[in-house]
Design a protein around this ligand. Sequence first.
Ligand code: C2E
Ligand code: CA
Ligand code: CA
Length: 727
Amino acid sequence: MATLSVIQAGSSAPPAGAVLVVDDNEATRIALRAMLAPLGHVVVEADSGRAALRAVLAQDFAVILMDVRMPELDGYETAKLIRQRSRSELTPIIFLTAFGRDETETTTAYASGAVDFIFTPINADVLRAKVSAFVDLFAQAQELHRSLQAITDLNAALRESEVRARAVLQNVADAIVTAGTNGLIDSFNRSARRLFGYSDDEVIGRPVTLLIATSHQADFADPSPERWSLLTAKHIPAEPMETVGCRKDGSVFPMEMDMSQMTIGERTFTIGCIRDITNRKAYTEALEFMTLHDDLTGLPNRALFGDRVDRALTAADRADEPRGLLLVDLDDFREVNESLGRERGDAVLRAVAERLRGVLEDSDTVARVGGARFGILPFGDTDVESAAGIAWKVRDAFEQPYVVNGDVVDVRASIGASFFPQHGRTPAELMRRADLALQQAQRSGGGVTVVDEEPDDAIGRTLRLLGELRDGIPRDELVLHFQPKIDLATCRTVGVEALVRWQHPIGGLLMPGEFMTEAERSDLIEPLTAWVLDSALRQLRVWTDAGLDLSMAVNISARSLAHDSVLPDTIAQLTETWDIPAGKLILELTENAMIDAYAPVTLELLHAMGERLAIDDFGTGHSSLVYLQRLPIDEVKVDRSFVTDLATVPGDAVIARSTIDLAHNLGLTVVAEGVEDQAALDMLIEYGCDAAQGYLFSRACPAEELTVWLAESTFGAGRTDAPQPAV
Ligand code: C2E
Ligand code: CA
Ligand code: CA
């Protein structure tokens, strides 16, 4: 078994960086440790490539000293795997090798990421010099990394404020003109263009006095550019000044101008905020537009939507007509944002807004009422049928994928609707009911749902359930039951599968079918999986200590294999904590989880750590074995739907038999789940199936109960210290 030890040489200062020594030869490790001792670094030892991988998962190292020749994973392979993980991609690796190896070896070494060599026999001074150099580099790199991070953060903040400033500049109702010290126009915002009728290139670089009526250029004692600059630089009026502006077409208008000054780096600007005061009303309206519309899409915002609904309801009440409202929510939009980035996520939202506007009548109100949520208030009399018609049009808007900066994004949406008067008489009531309908639509996988008269018990229950589960996990309300896995060659138990249950304080013992789907869809799956792994491995340690040689299978949800999966780190830490040797933990994943775009890297890593991988529910997904062949899989579990009725349904027998043959051809172990009768078991044995689980042997039950069963059943576990049954 791999061992890992940490030896800290007697220094009280915090370590600059840890050194990992990987060598299967204990004498060499002791020698290296002794040579490194005077440097005072933390030295971690690993006696195999696998142990090295675990160590690297557990912490960052300044440098790794790696023996080239090791059994199983050799130094090069280990280095390659270490390099695959972005956290350790750049960790320097020094290979320890005998002097005078040939050229090809050196090439392989560099290809697998070596940065240096130390030849044996090792010269202690050379070793210390190299290690010190790398540890110093590591410390510097960390410092640099911290500074870079600070700069990146600062830059991002600056960029954001700049973008915001520019957006404000472009969108404020005021005309904003900036000029340099020479009195020449530098920039001209959208309102200025509207107010004066000039386009950018007609004014930029020309004197600001162009915008002042000739009659009033005397307001500026000297209309020359120098004068303007003087005025702006020295005598900026504190109060807004009133003067007369001149448009491109020669018409004049009274205007109010605020001036201020700004210095950016070496340059000084004068900023003029100009308002046409003949039309204060237009100005107020523009401001109103700003507060009642959504910046991003230009659509009415939630406040305005509420106001329109309110008015519509008042009118409907008077006319005794029905009204309806629809909520459209983009499915999994958080993922779009996460994978494409905020900016492109915003572009998708704008495109959606545009399409929604496009498919609806001008008289219908479309508003953005939340992050990825739009509200629709159809114009006039609206009943369920007409709302359904609108819902169909809305679905049209999502038929074609969206193309944003060359990315094709498939956006799907769910729709919920509610109606006046049957669902409520106020905007708030209707919004709430439409929201419940929307959640129902989302739960049933998208589409349209109209809330009906009955209260939505299902939704309420789900929400409550999730809240309770969130509290229940830390309160240890989850329990594991275990089901034995019987080797069909020996008819003895070789492993168990951990199956989670929830001891609900009121609801009693809940099966996974009653809460897993919700947990998988929420972020609760992460703490749940961590809890299951911890408890399962703890129990495995108990059984191992009792002399039982068992493997432990744990079910892993697709979501746990997401891109920045913490799963390998969790597993590395827990197998360490419970001292579980590699190969004893089996991770069961469904085909679809395996096909998940990000999974291969995580799977490779788990496999390299020595954990075994099984495909669960095999035969129910859509994958081809050819694809699965490329993944590092050890075991296939034939889904119980083909096994339970094996003896009576001929089709099932064909599927089971061909799956077993195919899997064997690919070198995989086959486990049949759901074996309920002797007839099915006999057929599986005849087909050469390797192992089986099912009610015929035992249901999943609490650990104590299974411990008794393991000792008493003829299918129980052979003790490691007892003679093994004959094969
Ligand atoms: P699964 O992984 O396919 O687990 C086997 C299920 O079949 C278990 O149901 C087990 O009790 C049941 N079973 C075992 N033998 C027989 C049999 O002979 N006949 C029949 N009809 N059924 C049998 P359970 O415990 O209700 O689990 C259901 C599913 O919930 C599991 O299917 C698994 O996908 C999921 N699950 C359970 N525990 C966990 C967990 O800790 N994490 C995750 N991610 N999923 C879990
Ligand atoms: Ca399973
Ligand atoms: Ca299964």
